[in-house]
Ligand binder design. Structure first.
Ligand SMILES: Nc1nc2c(c(=O)[nH]1)N[C@H]1C(S)=C(S)[C@@H](COP(=O)(O)O)O[C@H]1N2
Ligand SMILES: [Mo]
Length: 533
């Protein structure tokens, strides 16, 4: 006799269908809770939502990733995970309803999801062990058994069916279902909370290693930031961006917590005559330099927030490469691309020529006076003045391979972004804010402009379609940092559009031509519309 025949058809079907769907959802929640708990014993990144999310991010074309960053900003990862949970919930409802008619098929469906999660987890680039499959598999098995059991309570016992169909709402174990469902929900909540706590408590060794890191004084300190580098106009960016305010853009759903004492960096590849493996202490014992460098994301829209300026401490990458026998292409070296690889499998390719041309390309260990925050790449990341982050600023770096652009496409290059991406000259109005309503009289217009490694020589402001007027430039810190500017505007009543443009030290005026961020960064002028009262 099939489950189909067991189902009483007269009435009460609506309630039972609802309870079947509820069983599916309870099974889904149990799967995730158990997976979370098991992941605590494996590694947090092996959980199904993180693994499937990571796989989804990797399969996202540049344009969609860009849209996500544009629309959701730094909440993009949260939105992705909520999206995955929503899809899972819909399938859970459907599987629960299906299980009511076909109990075995419903339970088997749950296992299929487990297999998908396990496959995603073991095929992540940072997966090193088949154990990464366990959270999804164990979660799915528990969920399948639970679904089978719950649905069992909704079916009438076989012997009842021998006679006539059951009256509405009868013939199934109402009390048994309520007890089983409640117990399952409570157990899931317990497992989930415990798993969360254990996962959150992980990485203690990494936290301790960061806490124990004493950054040596740099042999080449950065000069103090000139006081006059900061425009004193309310609403202007802080010249140095505090670590807590520094934008974060990466693909990591779980921020890697790397234990610095176990960390190693390997330098190898084409034209590396003396390959090298360094420990964190090896790096700290080398000559350290301190530099102010402004970092920009290629996904930053004109006027956008993905730009920040920090004081970095690190080792000169060019010196390290030279020690390994690496020569830039201009001096006959065979490798034109340096591929940095992170512990979570990100690959970032930079031109060897740029890294070795004398600019302060860093293997950074410090950010604004402290070891790198975990979010920003502890223990070591790259920073190269003048290049967008996706072609230079590898966080949680663990491997540097010298190769060619012909031989290898890095992560974002495989996803529609340009191979080479020097930062475009840009300027931004920080104040007044869009749609502000200032009073007539002098209104201070102020903001930032950047053309890292070239430097900013001029900033101009235009009111409506009027002539360009030169803004006052704040003192320059270095040509690798942004530069602030201000302009006292004699504001007259009514609606006005303020526009800014910068000129870099090569004499190039920031172009008016609007481009999208894909493939190599947005261009165009930033404008702000205000109403003067
Ligand atoms: N490992 C890793 N490094 C990474 C990324 C990443 O996704 N993973 N994103 C890059 C991008 S696109 C940018 S703009 C910078 C951002 O650095 P921040 O998050 O410290 O501001 O990091 C770069 N380094
Ligand atoms: Mo970026």
């Amino acid at each position: 006799m099939s489950d189909e025949e067991k189902r009483p058809r007269k009435s009460g079907g609506g309630t039972r269908l609802g309870l079947g769907a509820l069983s599916g959802v309870l099974a889904g929640i149990a799967a995730l809770a158990v997976a979370e708990l098991v992941a605590a014993g494996v590694r947090p990144q092996a959980g199904p939502v993180v693994a499937v999310g990571g796989a989804a991010i990797d399969r996202t074309p540049g344009t969609v990733k860009d849209w996500a960053i544009r629309t959701f900003g730094t909440a993009d990862k949260l939105v992705l995970q909520l999206g995955i949970l929503t899809v899972l919930a819909l399938f859970a409802l459907a599987l629960g309803a299906l299980a009511l008619r076909h109990r075995r098929i419903g339970a088997a469906g749950v296992l299929v999801f487990g297999l998908a999660g396990a496959t995603a987890a073991t095929s992540r680039p940072d997966s090193t062990s088949p154990a990464d499959a366990l959270p999804s598999l164990v979660g799915a098995v528990v969920a399948a058994v639970l679904l089978h059991a719950l649905i069992g309570r909704l079916l009438p016992p076989r012997h009842h069916l021998r006679g006539s169909p059951q009256p509405a709402g009868e013939g199934w174990d109402r009390r048994g279902f309520v007890i089983a469902a409640t117990a399952a929900a409570a157990a899931s909540a317990g497992a989930g909370v415990l798993g969360r706590a254990l996962n959150g408590a992980g990485g203690q060794d990494a936290i301790a290693s960061r806490g124990n890191t004493d950054l040596p004084a740099p042999a080449s300190p950065a000069p103090a930031v000139p006081r006059a580098a900061q425009v004193r106009v309310r609403g202007t960016s802080s010249f140095i961006t505090a670590n807590k305010d520094f934008y974060r853009v990466d693909t990591a759903l779980v921020v890697p917590r790397v234990n610095a004492t176990a960390w190693r960096l390997r330098i190898h590849g084409t034209g590396v005559r003396r390959p090298l493996t360094l420990s964190f202490d090896d790096l700290l014992r080398r000559e350290l330099i301190e530099r102010d460098i402004t970092l920009t994301c290629v996904s930053n829209e004109v006027g956008g927030p993905y730009v920040g300026n920090a004081r970095w401490i690190g080792v000169r990458l060019a010196a390290l490469l030279a020690e390994c026998g690496v020569r830039p292409p201009s001096r006959g070296g065979p490798a034109d691309q340096l591929v940095a690889r992170s512990v979570d499998g990100m690959t970032i390719g930079s031109p060897v020529e740029d890294v070795m041309d004398g600019r302060d390309a860093l293997l950074a260990v410090g950010m604004n006076g402290e070891p790198l925050p975990f979010d920003h790449g502890f223990p070591v990341r790259m920073v190269v003045p003048g290049l967008y982050g996706y072609v230079s600023a590898c966080k949680w770096i663990t491997d540097i391979e010298l190769t060619t652009f012909d031989a290898y496409d890095s992560y974002w290059v495989k996803r529609d972004w340009a191979r080479e991406a020097p930062v475009k000259t840009q300027s931004r109005i920080d104040t007044p804010k869009p749609f502000a309503r200032p009073k007539t009289g002098t209104v201070m217009v102020a903001g930032v402009a950047w053309a890292q490694h070239r430097g900013i020589d001029k900033v101009e402001v235009r009111v409506d379609d009027g002539p360009w007027a030169e803004a006052a430039l704040a003192a320059e810190d270095s040509r690798d940092t942004w530069r602030q500017w201000s302009y006292p505007w004699q504001a007259t009543k009514g609606g006005h559009t303020l526009t800014v443009r910068a000129t870099d030290r090569t004499g190039e005026i920031q172009t008016e031509a609007r481009t999208r961020t894909v493939p190599d960064g947005a261009s165009g002028w930033h404008s702000v519309v205000v109403t003067v009262e």
